[in-house]
Design a binder for this molecule. Structure first.
Ligand code: C3B
Length: 831
């Protein structure tokens, strides 16, 4: 046997030193960064300095992969997914990047040897709250999965200087504080001052003849603002691929400054600068668009225009001519917020790059795909034609022209059906004329999808029925998913370790279907015990956190019953409250009854202008105050509102929940993703047949899911028949007494009027049918309590929930997009 042939065994230690992943290298890197970037030595460093040094040390290790990815994608001319989203909610980066680099343990040991409290360093990071809720968080999960699946991609959005407000609770009311997340610097972004594009607004258009004598259109804007790129690397889990999150910051265009200077108007020039910068100043804090806000339309066009110009630049830098633009890129529109991109690409191709309409349209409608995230009528964006024309005169012409071509096709297809033509038009003509952004998105895209099976069905049969009749093949479903890296490995290290030990590997982190291996152990009493311990430990952690933040002490043995999501009437936090009041009344009536102790935990922000949602928060806190201080209740039930629910705080919640409240009125929640996060962490769900709940129940088995309430079908039938909430109020004595208790002033220091807007709305209108589902909900909650008494059985259900959550990984969702919608391939970057 020839010794010379056998390969050198890989020297792991040497390899780690070379790539800087060894403990020694991490320590050295950390001290260097503390010294050279923060300008501090150990003894005088603040907690924030330590965090910054840790962040830079981590970022340094991502950069090599990032550059390699960019080079490889460029030489391969890789097809690239451009994910356009007005919102991204990535959460704190440090812990997640350490997980994806695979160096959590090494970094923890390194910190320990330096005498540092690593958890405190991680807790120091402020999260970029560049989104409102589900839609923005989905975008972040998708970015993680795109990198992990090695698909070249760029997330395009806005670098808001102020993200979603921080929520505090004062006297039970939500108070908003501005979120100055960039104040202390952002170590994860790299500014690209040379990647800068002009964005035009206002003015007028004019016709002219080019040198070939062809009639062309020119847009003469009234205002030009620059967009500057800020890049954040998005590292995949256990792979070399690093994709890009490219966010645009608005700056005054220099040419404009100079004009003002030339006429001596120094203040005017500075003012123009300030005005320009307002465009990326602040995120609109509504989970549905606020009608008619000019700045919002300016923001949408701002990031869309920069992003499309950037893609055209990249096309020229890599592939060459624009004819193959739709082969090089696929553009996914995250809801209608970026749908102006359709008109902007048409404009750039025609006005700036000399294409005729047909060629430009051929490219445009092959490059775009659109995801719908809501059926709520108030959330469907429209813009008044007059505002649109004032801000984007050229785009209005293009929208009209798209509409003319499109409606001609509709007329030919549906002879004589002018009603249908009116419904499908990109312009609503009833009342003030408005541009319908959803119709634009459907017409301009080759694929349209909903975000859960039920939702996608409703998209086809209700919202876009006419379009589905016309183009049935255009419609798809891709059920949402969430990343197990963030929501299991980072958020719940204890459970993650237990799963890996039980399954004998951590392969599940990249292939979530492998969680099925847990099923074989679902009856194993050793596992039961450890599973229970892991849950109790998380509950203790959460209890300590909540005690510190709110003063309310929870009993870790109680059922942790959690509803955490935006506050909205359709999500029905008030249905949850009615159940709490029912429990309270029962305990008051028979204090010695054997009730299973419960801790009711709420979290979520209300849009600052949404009065009813804010009143719901006040009521939660008011009920909490009375119940938590009632000596007769003696801690049997407790109610607490977690202030400032966001990605970071959510990470305390998911691991600790026993019961996940997913109780929206059927047909209203497009998908939900919190439902997945809770279930992955071993909570059981009480829920309606809404959004992805339907599929979660299918996967985990109906015996492991607490179902109640009307189906979407039944809801629309009830609505057709005429729904009279006061009949429920009059007929159901317990319901009546729960609502009457709110009106009695018990929760409002004798004020009988404070909550009247809420109770009156329930009794008289009840648009989300809280009263219709009340009885079924209470009955279902009673089953929950009974089930919880049988610890073994509950734990088994919890294990099976986790074991069967494979489908809800965002990796699966991205694979479906890649295969059925984008037609993109992985481009692996070797480590
Ligand atoms: C949300 C929906 O309300 C959720 O059901 C869904 O899971 C997520 O999107 C992700 O698809 N949504 C939102 O957060 N903001 C909107 N403007 C519309 C929908």
């Amino acid at each position: 046997m020839s010794m010379a042939q056998s390969p050198e065994p890989l020297d792991v230690d040497r390899e780690r030193t070379r790539t800087g992943m060894s403990k020694t290298a991490l320590k050295q890197g950390f001290l260097d960064n503390l010294f050279y970037i923060q300008g501090r030595f150990r003894e005088v460093a603040t907690p924030h300095d330590l965090y910054m040094a840790a962040a830079y040390t981590t970022r340094d290790r991502i950069l090599e992969r990032w550059i390699k990815s960019a080079q490889r994608y460029k030489t391969n001319q890789s097809r690239t997914v451009c994910y356009l989203s007005a919102e991204f909610l990535p959460g704190p980066h440090l812990a997640n990047n350490l997980v994806n680099l695979g160096i959590v343990e090494t970094a923890t040991e390194a910190a320990h040897e330096l005498g540092l409290d690593f958890d405190a360093i991680i807790a120091e990071e402020a999260e970029p709250g560049l989104g409102n809720g589900g839609l923005g968080r989905l975008a972040a999960c998708f970015m993680d999965s795109l990198s992990t699946l090695q698909i070249p991609s760029i997330g395009y959005g806005i670098r808001y200087e102020f993200g979603i407000f921080d929520q505090t609770i004062e006297d039970g009311w939500q108070v908003e504080k501005s979120d100055n997340w960039l104040r202390n610097g952002n170590p994860w972004e790299i500014p690209r001052p040379k990647i800068r594009f002009p964005v035009l607004y206002g003015g007028y258009t004019e016709q002219y003849r080019d040198h070939d004598g062809r009639s062309r259109t020119r847009w003469v804007p009234a205002q030009i603002i620059d967009g500057v790129a800020y890049d954040t690397p998005i590292l995949g889990y256990g792979v070399g691929n690093v994709n890009l999150l490219r966010l645009w910051k608005a700056e005054a265009s220099e040419s404009f400054d100079f004009q003002a200077f030339n006429v001596g108007d120094y203040y005017g020039a500075v003012h123009a600068k300030i005005e320009a910068e307002t465009i990326s100043k602040v995120l609109y804090p509504n989970d549905e668009p606020e009608a008619g806000k000019e700045l919002r339309l300016k923001q949408q066009f701002f990031f869309v225009s920069c992003s499309i110009q950037d893609m055209i630049r990249l096309q020229f830098n890599t592939v060459g001519p624009l004819d193959s633009f739709a082969e090089k890129f696929v553009i996914q529109l995250n809801d209608t917020h970026p749908s102006l991109a359709i008109a902007e690409l048409m404009r750039l191709l025609m006005d700036e790059h000399d294409m005729d309409w047909d060629r430009a349209w051929d490219i445009t409608h092959r490059v775009f795909c659109y995801t719908n995230h809501t059926l709520l009528p108030e959330a469907l964006e429209t813009w008044s034609v007059s505002l649109f024309e004032r801000l984007l005169p050229r785009h209005l012409e293009i929208v009209y022209e798209i509409n003319r071509h499109f409606l001609d096709e509709v007329r030919v297809h549906f002879l004589g059906d002018e009603d249908r033509v009116r419904r499908m038009s990109l312009i609503a003509e009833d009342g003030e004329r408005r541009v319908r952004m959803a119709n634009l998105a459907v017409v301009g895209s080759r694929a349209v999808n909903g975000v859960a099976a039920l939702h996608s069905e409703l998209v086809k049969t209700t919202l876009f029925k006419d379009f589905h009749d016309f183009w049935p093949d255009r419609f798809h479903n891709v059920t949402n998913g969430v990343t197990p890296r963030r929501f299991m490995v980072v958020a719940n290290p204890r459970l993650s370790r237990l799963i890996s030990e039980t399954c004998g590997s951590d392969d599940w982190i990249r292939d979530l279907d492998r969680l099925r291996d847990l099923e074989a152990h679902a009856m194993d009493s050793g596992l039961h015990e450890r599973w229970h311990e892991v849950k109790i430990a998380a509950k203790r952690d959460l209890a300590a956190w909540l005690k510190h933040r709110t003063g309310v002490l929870l009993d870790p043995e109680a059922i942790f019953d959690v509803q955490a999501k935006r506050i909205h009437e359709y999500k029905r936090q008030h249905l949850n409250l009615l159940h709490i009041i029912r429990c309270y009344q029962r305990l008051k009536q028979s204090p010695n009854q054997d009730m299973v102790p419960r801790a009711f935990i709420f979290g979520g922000k209300a849009a600052p202008g949404y009065f009813m949602a804010k009143l719901i928060i006040k009521l939660i806190n008011a009920v909490a105050e009375v119940i938590n201080n009632d000596p007769q209740i003696n801690g049997f039930i407790r109610v607490v509102f977690m202030p400032d629910f966001n990605v970071k705080n959510g990470q305390h919640l998911y691991p600790a929940a026993n019961l996940s409240e997913q109780i929206s009125l059927a047909g209203k929640e497009a998908s939900g993703t919190g439902n997945m996060k809770f279930s992955m962490n071993g909570a059981l769900t009480i829920g309606t047949l809404d959004g992805a709940n339907v599929e979660i129940r299918e996967e985990v088995g109906k015996e492991n899911f607490f179902l109640f309430g009307m189906s979407a079908e039944e809801v629309s039938q009830r609505q057709r028949e005429g729904y009279h909430p006061w009949e429920h109020y009059a007929k159901d004595a317990e319901l009546k007494s729960d609502i009457d208790l709110i009106n009695s002033g018990l929760f409002s220091h004798g004020d009988t009027q404070l909550f009247r807007p809420l109770t009156d709305r329930l009794v008289n209108q009840d648009p989300f049918m809280v009263l219709a589902d009340y009885r079924a909900y209470i009955a279902c909650q009673d089953h929950v309590a009974e089930a919880y008494r049988d610890h073994r059985h509950w734990t088994r259900m919890s294990i099976l929930n986790v074991a069967r959550m494979g489908k809800f990984s965002s990796d699966r969702a991205i694979r479906e997009y890649a295969e059925h919608i984008w037609r993109t391939e992985p481009h692996p970057i070797d480590l």
